[in-house]
Design a protein around this ligand. Structure first.
Ligand code: IVH
Length: 750
């Protein structure tokens, strides 16, 4: 089967890679369904493995796909047995520290003394941020990156070459460099990427990192380079090690040379002519610290003249020609006074630390995130330890970490200060707002309130989402107004919005007497609501705030089903198959665990098949489910979420009440006279006259369904250059195949 993938993954364009990736995601899912649910496997185990292998290669070669890869965890990572060791030709040293301005003056004095320079002799220094990450040495020979090593103990580091190759800031080859060049610098993670990584992990049950430095270190030191690839690491070059020829005569020029070679260098690097200028630059950087978007913990001063650096040389572990002027830490210890649980739109219970207010990095902090229940217990979702396994209890003395705009978090706990009567925190098993059970599903790191719209906290969040810009976007009805109306009991669920005028409008009186409302604004509000009584199907689906159903998925669903009733009916019909899918997921989880304990290979296919067989799924359900999760862009995760939402009687009744008040507009009516109306079209290979997105939009506008994979249901395959497996499959199935021009001709004039 591997031979049908004609092109090497590295040769695919980003669009081709994406297309194939989406198709593979779907093929793998479809194969699961065919095997487990329809009890009619369409491909052999070997073929299945080959698809997975290709999928993995694809993600490896196109890292931007990794974030949305749902099948990655299922793929066995090649066994690795720790990192190889690398002996540094030139030792990787650390820096001496300065804390006070006076220490900086001392540094300058001692250098002048060593060099025999008077107080007034010219002596320049560079001043640049000290990046809070981990240092890395990159060895280039004849311009090729041949090795990457961590600092280790300074003499011997770890060989992390494969991982370093996945970092976009690190060039694989450079031109115009000395034959041998070791570039040194810092690997780090931006605040934004760090927050997003932790949020993803909190949601999916991965490790939660205390700070960006730990996240960067944990990401770089992965035995599986694919994990590193999926983590957004960056690199600043600021120094060098082994060299076959000097880079420049000064530090400033050397940095410029590194930049010219293609490395990121820090834009806040300045040349200073005195300690006053150095300290002034330190203050300036300190002021910008919170808005840089990455952690720095000080400013590094270096003698600019490289021949002087050479003369000054090293002490045992630090250079004489450089020093780090540290910032006060953005860490603080305080008392944890309580833990509040916030309930989000999808019912997620998020623990928030209530703290005795403390100043961290110049900001008073009284709340901090605790991520999820595992984090409080000192565990990650896989049972590994966080903070050495220390749990967090109310009354504990906790360390707060904050950097820039990042939400403060509880990073550590001091057990020596734990009150004797402190009890382990019991994460609530019911929602504290509505008393509904809060359940944590297999594989979910988050415990969720099951109350749906019954839960006032969820209801308000859902209502805010409902009126948001990309959803109903009702002028004059924003988050604040929704809170107010909800608090007063005027709006409990979306349907109530459309009753506002009828119930309270004569009640304009009432509304206009409210704070913030006048007669005009009340009238405008009613008019704005009336205007949105007619709503496109896609917006309605998105507005419901069903977990995982984002704007794009909502659009895809609307295009596929074309009416609310068709979609609802399909989701209802598919319910038994959805439940069987979940049962199979659970059985698979247990089998994996058992296999790991017993040291054997997990029997995934058989386990899933048995679980599904036990559910006795009607054929119509299996077909509706396969159709649902086969919609381009929809998968099993969203399929299950939709299924759950529609099967929840309260939630469903709220949907029905809403829908009864609306006029739902189907996506642009398919041009019935278009030659492709109602046909299922697949695009493959590269298109030259339009982008893939354009082709898809145009086909859909003409009433065609665009699918990511070829099946018996496909009517037309549009194959550009480089088309591979799909063209072959289409030929086998006797499906009409057109090239791009043929397609354009077909739809010309439509
Ligand atoms: S120069 C010979 N410049 O700080 C020393 N180091 O505490 C060369 N660091 O191990 C280091 N930013 O990992 C230098 N702009 C910068 C730095 C920097 C961060 C790290 C580096 C070093 C540690 C020493």
């Amino acid at each position: 089967m591997a031979d049908i993938h004609k092109k090497d993954v590295a040769e695919l364009t980003a669009d081709e890679a994406r297309e194939e990736f989406l198709a593979l995601e779907q093929q793998l899912q479809t194969a699961d369904i065919a095997y487990h649910q329809a009890d009619a496997p369409e491909i052999s185990d070997a073929e299945y493995d080959s698809l997975k292998r290709r999928y993995r290669e694809l993600v490896a070669a196109h890292p931007d796909l990794a974030e949305q890869a749902t099948q990655l965890e299922n793929v066995g990572a090649p066994a690795a047995s720790g990192f190889g060791k690398v002996t540094h030709v030139v030792r990787m040293l650390s820096l001496g520290n300065a804390f006070e301005d006076e220490d900086v003056a001392d540094f300058d004095r001692s250098i002048r003394k060593y060099l025999g320079l008077g107080a007034d002799a010219e002596l320049k220094y560079t001043a640049e941020p000290k990046i809070d990450g981990l240092s890395l040495s990159l060895r280039y020979e004849q311009g090729q990156l041949v090795q990457a090593a961590t600092r280790g103990d300074g003499s011997i580091g770890e060989n992390v070459t494969a991982n370093a190759r996945t970092i976009a800031d690190i060039p694989q080859q450079i031109e115009g460099a000395p034959e041998v060049l070791e570039v040194r610098g810092e690997v780090y993670m931006s605040h934004e990427d760090f927050e997003a990584l932790n949020a993803r992990h909190a949601e999916r049950g991965g490790k939660i990192f205390a700070n960006p430095r730990n996240a960067a270190a944990g990401s770089l030191r992965q035995l599986d380079a694919e994990i590193t690839r999926a983590r957004p690491l960056r690199f600043f070059a600021y120094s060098w090690g082994d060299l076959s020829a000097p880079l420049a005569e000064t530090q400033m020029e050397a940095i410029a040379r590194l930049q010219a070679l293609g490395f990121q260098t820090n834009p806040l690097t300045r040349l200073c002519a005195s300690t006053e200028e150095m300290i002034a630059h330190y203050r300036q950087i300190e002021e910008q610290r919170a808005t840089l978007g990455y952690d720095i913990d000080g400013v590094v001063y270096k003698v600019n003249d490289l021949s002087l650096q050479e003369r000054l040389g090293f002490r045992s572990t630090t250079p004489r020609w450089a020093i780090a002027h540290k910032f006060p830490a953005e860490l603080a210890w305080t008392r944890l006074e309580g833990i509040d649980i916030q309930v989000g739109r999808t019912g997620a219970l998020s623990p928030v630390a209530r703290l005795k207010p403390v100043t961290v990095g110049g900001v008073v902090v009284s709340n901090a995130t605790l991520h999820n229940e595992d984090y409080i217990q000192g565990r990650d979702s896989k049972g590994g330890e966080i903070r050495g396994g220390k749990d967090i209890r109310i009354g504990d003395w906790v360390q707060i970490y904050r950097a820039g705009d990042v939400i403060p978090k509880v990073a550590d706990v001091d057990l020596s200060k734990r009150p004797a009567d402190a009890q382990p925190y019991q994460f609530p098993q019911t929602c504290e707002i509505c008393n509904s059970p809060a359940v944590r599903e297999e594989g979910d790191a988050v415990r969720r309130c099951t109350g749906g719209m019954i839960c006032p906290a969820q209801a308000v969040e859902k209502l805010k989402h409902f009126v948001s810009r990309a959803a109903f976007d009702i002028e004059g009805l924003g988050a604040r107004q929704v809170e107010q109306f909800h608090a007063d009991g005027w709006i409990k669920e979306p349907a109530d919005i459309f009753d506002l005028k009828e119930k309270y409008g004569s009640g304009l009186q009432q509304l206009k007497n409210r704070e913030g409302w006048g007669e005009k604004s009340a009238e405008n509000l009613f008019a704005a609501i009336e205007e949105k009584r007619t709503i496109p199907l896609a917006k309605l689906i998105f507005a419901l705030g069903i977990r995982h159903a984002g704007e794009v998925a909502a659009r895809d669903l609307a295009l596929h089903y074309r009416s609310w009733s068709a979609m609802a009916e399909a989701i209802d019909t598919a319910r038994p198959a959805a439940l069987a899918h979940r049962a199979a997921d659970e059985a698979e989880g247990q089998e994996r665990e058992a296999a790991q304990k017993e040291g054997r290979r997990a029997r995934i296919s058989d386990t899933r098949a048995a679980a599904i067989a036990a559910c006795d799924v009607p054929a119509a359900a299996a077909a509706a489910w396969a159709d649902l999760i086969g919609v381009d862009g929809i998968g099993a995760v969203l399929g299950l979420s939709l299924s759950d939402a529609f099967a929840n009687t309260d939630e469903r009744a709220a949907f029905d009440r809403l829908v009864a008040k609306l006029t739902i507009v189907a996506p642009d009516a398919p041009a019935a006279d278009s030659p492709v109306a109602g046909k299922t079209v697949v695009f493959t290979g590269s298109l030259e006259k339009m982008t893939r997105a354009e082709a898809k939009a145009r086909a859909e506008a003409l009433g065609a369904k665009v699918s990511g994979s070829v099946s018996k249901k496909t009517d037309i395959l549009v194959a550009g250059p480089g088309a591979g497996s799909k063209a072959k499959k289409a030929a086998e199935l006797g499906i009409q195949t057109l090239d791009e021009d043929g397609w354009l001709e077909l739809i010309a004039g439509a």
